[in-house]
Ligand binder design. Structure first.
Ligand code: MSP
Length: 515
């Protein structure tokens, strides 16, 4: 194995009762951006995604569709895999909870928890929501039209059955210590406070098995019981790292995970239940759980019943892949809710991409192609103006990295685009087209400086827009092994004298089709 530091990032695994929509694409995309960033920044990355295939909800959906559960799982899981590939995600593994490796991992974790006296057999009597696959206390429910509903709005049913329980109540203090650990955090802060007050409010033991359905992993030694789908689902993160073989190179290298990325609706499972299960099994809990917000569609909650589900395949067809990737990561402060709005998307495409970066690249590179015989000129003496804009681009990496380290993906883009704007002001102010006649040597220096900025910006935008950034770097003839972040800064300036490809526009304007 390489001596590089390890970085392990996961998406939630997606339920197969639903077809993939923009919310799923968003979570996976954010992880892809972080994974790509870390690889370019010298880390050995493991990026995991997959599907959550067990439980009552999936069993019911399959029955309603006239399929066996595994038929439904095979079909929908494949669709999620296609989505990840289609969005150009660079995951290293795609896990399905119906795989044998996962069954072994879940049963090993269960056995360890039993051995540690963390699970006992009793009887559950209380509320359960199949849609949320969650147990709720009476006090958490509200009433709508005389019917009890969960905080999420999902309906609940009364359940009374024999059940195994996990001693969650014993873990309050340890969980609170965990949240306050120096490196271990739930982000953003507001979510952390939510989780803390939930734990401070007192934890009850958690029912972790059911006897009323069959579609899941049997409890070792008592197969009348099926494991609660969340203990099964959460364990996927360890399965992919090689658990139960804790001595394997992969497990030692990648566990505990660096980031579990989740939507705000499933923080409790990841930041309360999961670290408690792990600590109870003498396993280190994850270093960070990051909760992102939810997308609405033109101001409305996205839902199948409203019929306003945004199909990621369709918007990528319409707007372009890197354009959609950029928009989703740029438009909304990562962690907040966001609204998917066509006009906002078009504005971002035309202003940030086509105008700011696209025009700068196309104008400067085609001037080099036409006026410098298609060969990258060398720089003459740099002026203050050249030095100022070069210093700004040279200083980007630590700023971008600081934002990425706290998953502020939108802010990392803001600082890059501040330099792109500065470069546009520089280019317009230097008027290289006028210098062509008056001072061709100076023109070459201005074009060289602009091309160097494009080189560095293209290296930095690879995590967000892998294809478009690669096109820019291809035009500049930057070899594949010179595109890592170690190539940023003043030490690796563009080499003059290199023949370039004829520049093609990389960021087209979006023009609405006339009806
Ligand atoms: N199967 C569980 C996760 C188990 S992880 C061990 C699950 N699956 S899900 O398919 O319902 O949701 C997966 C993710 O998609 C969640 O993080 C959820 O927050 C996210 N989103 C679903 N709709 C969304 C939006 N409208 N906007 C943003 N993200 C949303 O939960």
């Amino acid at each position: 194995m390489s001596g590089k530091p390890a970085f392990y990032i996961t998406t939630p695994i997606y339920y197969v009762n639903d077809i993939p929509h923009i919310g799923h694409a968003y979570t996976t995309l954010a992880c892809d951006v972080l994974a790509r960033f870390k690889r370019l920044d010298g880390f050995d990355v493991m990026f995991l995604t997959g599907t959550d295939e067990h439980g009552q909800k999936v069993e019911k959906s399959a029955a309603a569709a006239g399929k066996t559960p595994i038929e439904l799982c095979d079909q929908v899981s494949e669709r999620f895999r296609e989505l990840a590939d289609f969005m150009n995600c660079s995951h290293d593994d795609f896990i399905r909870t119906t795989e044998q490796r996962h069954k072994l991992a879940c049963q090993a974790l269960w056995t360890k928890l039993m051995d540690n006296d963390q699970i006992y057999l009793d009887k559950y009597a209380g509320w359960y929501s199949v849609r949320d696959e969650a147990f709720y206390a009476e006090t958490e429910l509200t009433e709508i039209n005389g019917e009890k509903v969960a905080p999420s709005g999902a309906s609940v049913e009364w359940v009374e059955e024999e059940s195994y329980f996990f001693r969650l109540s014993a873990w309050e203090d340890k969980l609170l210590e965990y949240y306050d650990g120096l490196d271990v955090t739930v982000l953003p802060k507001s979510r952390k406070n939510e989780v803390k007050s939930f734990v401070e409010g007192g934890l009850r033991d958690l029912s972790v098995s059911r006897t009323s359905f069959k579609w899941g992993i049997p409890v070792p030694g008592n197969d009348k019981h099926i494991m609660y789908v969340w203990i099964d689902a959460l364990t996927n993160y360890m399965t992919a790292a090689g658990y139960p073989d804790m001595d394997s190179e992969t497990f030692k290298k990648f566990w505990p995970a660096d980031i579990h990325m989740v939507g705000k609706d499933i923080v409790r499972f990841h930041a309360v239940y999961w670290p408690a299960f792990l600590m109870a099994a003498d396993i280190e809990p994850p270093k960070r759980v990051f909760a992102h917000g939810w997308w609405t569609n033109e101001g409305q909650k996205i839902s199948k019943s409203v019929g306003n589900v945004i199909d990621p395949f369709q918007i990528v067809e319409e707007f372009g892949l890197d354009q959609v990737r950029y928009f989703l990561m740029r438009e909304v402060p990562f962690g907040n809710d966001g609204d998917f709005n066509r006009q906002a998307m078009i504005n971002r495409i035309n202003s940030d991409l086509a105008n700011d970066l696209g025009n700068l690249a196309q104008r400067s590179l085609s001037m080099i192609f036409k006026n410098c015989d298609g060969v990258m000129p060398s720089a003459g003496e740099f002026t203050d103006a050249d030095n100022e804009i070069l210093a700004a681009v040279d200083a980007l990496l630590p700023k971008v990295r600081a934002h990425i380290d706290v998953q502020a993906i939108n802010k990392s883009l803001e600082v890059i685009w501040n330099v792109v704007s500065g470069a546009n002001v520089y280019f317009a102010g230097q008027e290289p087209w006028a210098l062509k006649k008056t001072d061709p040597v100076r023109m070459e220096t201005v074009l060289y400086t602009t091309a160097e900025i494009i080189r560095q910006v293209a290296i930095l935008t690879q995590p967000i827009m892998p294809d478009s950034s690669a096109k820019l770097l291809d035009i500049l003839k930057i070899p594949a092994n010179e595109r890592g972040f170690e190539q940023l800064g003043a030490g690796h300036r563009l080499a003059g004298g290199t023949a370039m490809d004829k520049p093609e526009g990389v960021f087209p304007r979006y023009v609405a089709e006339a009806n």
